[in-house]
Design a protein around this ligand. Structure first.
Ligand SMILES: NC(=O)NCCC[C@H](N)C(=O)O
Length: 404
């Protein structure tokens, strides 16, 4: 099986999704901020919305892989099981007594149940503690609302924890504490699951912070990397080194974005919908700038700029210009629809994308520009502040950027 992605828009073959499950039911008004959700989603409806998203992809011939299935299959591999279990048990929060109880608990779970615990976490009351099996000081003093193993509700956003560049996978280095454990799972899947045996890596979680939502494959050989709340300049520089060393790209455009929640990743303000067209948040479209990074003769990344992003991108992509479709006619609508992930479309092919139905103006602008929009419901899915691009990690796209 060859996994290969070298653009944002070439026909999508295979995508990794995570169907939201019990980890979303862990969200409460007490923890939703630290778990990076803006509301408490209705889990059943979120699942319906997600199933409709997956069905829309399948109806266009896309193979949908689910992270939970891959994880359960990965945990059937003994080395993967022991490695992931050790990683969870290593948490310094546990203490030796509680660690032993958790180890006992996990040891009896079959791979699917263990995958559930690794994604949904383990609540205080879910651990069987009694006179025979004391929880010790840590369990006794733990707040009843605390988790023994934290849940990972943001697994929904598979875009961020891994990114395929050419035939290599980058397992990213997530910035927010609530998300860091996600990459232990994606890393194990890509190293141990039979489907991915032999896959080479272009990035690792131990490296400088880098999130997949900040990485756009503008065209074969040309990447844009947002630096802001999540990806650091050091992460962008590291990716440039790794990508150049592997011969996966010749140019990286490093794009500073505001360090705010509304613009947490580059793909919250800009996504591609055609080989020469981007959908952009108009309030910043003209302000975005880019530093152009290329490999110098000595192998060191060489930096030029800044220049206006649209100009730098068109030059790197060898285009006269990049067409811009903006997301709203007036600033208030634009701001509302950007917040609701109007800019966060997933291209299934050139001029065909998936977007949230609620972003009426944005979708109308796209249709006016000749881009077909498959509109999906996202009232519950959107409560985690992510749209169709955030919720998908492409593993296979047609090579060469797709037909113009
Ligand atoms: N690429 C993206 O913009 N992903 C959305 C991530 C949302 C998630 N709640 C987070 O704050 O990380």
């Amino acid at each position: 099986m060859t996994h290969y992605v070298d653009s944002e828009v070439a026909r999508l073959g295979t995508v990794l999704l995570h169907r939201p499950g019990p980890e979303l039911a862990r969200l409460t008004p007490r923890n939703n901020d630290s778990l990076l959700f803006d509301a408490i989603p209705w889990v059943g409806r979120a699942q319906e919305e997600h199933d409709a998203f997956a069905a829309a992809l399948r109806s266009r011939g896309v193979e949908v892989l689910y992270l939970a299935d891959l994880l359960a299959e990965t945990l059937a591999v003994p080395d993967a099981r022991s490695e992931l279990t050790e990683q969870v048990l290593r948490s310094p929060r546990l203490g030796d007594t509680l660690r032993a109880r958790v180890a006992d608990h996990l040891a009896y779970l079959d791979p699917a149940a263990l995958a559930d615990v690794f994604t949904a976490g383990l609540a205080h009351e879910e651990l069987r503690i009694g006179a025979e099996r004391p929880g010790g000081l840590v369990w006794t003093l733990m707040d009843r609302h605390d988790f023994v193993i934290d849940p990972l509700p943001n697994l929904l956003f598979t875009r961020d924890s891994s990114v395929w560049i050419g035939d290599r996978v980058g397992v990213t280095s997530l910035a927010m504490p609530a998300r860091r454990r996600e990459t232990t799972l994606t890393d194990a899947i890509y190293r141990y699951h039979p489907r991915f045996v032999g896959t080479e890596f272009v990035y690792h979680p131990g490296l400088e912070h880098l999130e997949g939502g900040d990485v756009l494959l503008l065209a074969p050989g040309v990447l844009a990397v947002g630096v802001g709340e999540r990806t650091t300049p050091a992460g962008a520089e590291r990716l440039a080194r790794q990508v150049f060393a592997a011969g996966l790209a010749h140019t990286i455009l490093v794009v500073p974005i505001a360090q705010e929640r509304a613009t947490m990743h580059l793909d919250t303000v800009c996504t591609m919908v055609d080989v020469d067209a981007v959908l952009m948040y108009p309030n910043i479209a003209s302000e975005l700038s880019a530093y152009t990074v290329v490999a110098g003769a000595d192998g060191e990344p060489r930096v030029d700029g800044p220049a206006p992003f649209l100009r730098a991108a068109a030059d790197a992509m060898d285009l006269d210009q990049l067409r811009v479709i903006d997301t709203g006619l007036d600033p208030v609508t634009a701001e509302r629809e950007q917040w609701d992930d109007g800019n966060n479309t997933l291209a299934l092919a050139p001029r065909l994308c998936v977007g949230y139905e609620r972003n009426v103006e944005t979708n109308a602008q796209l249709e006016r520009a000749g881009i077909e929009v498959i509109a999906i419901a996202g009232s519950e899915l959107g409560s985690g502040r992510g749209g169709p691009r955030c919720m998908s990690c492409p593993l296979v796209r047609e090579k060469g950027g797709g037909p113009a």
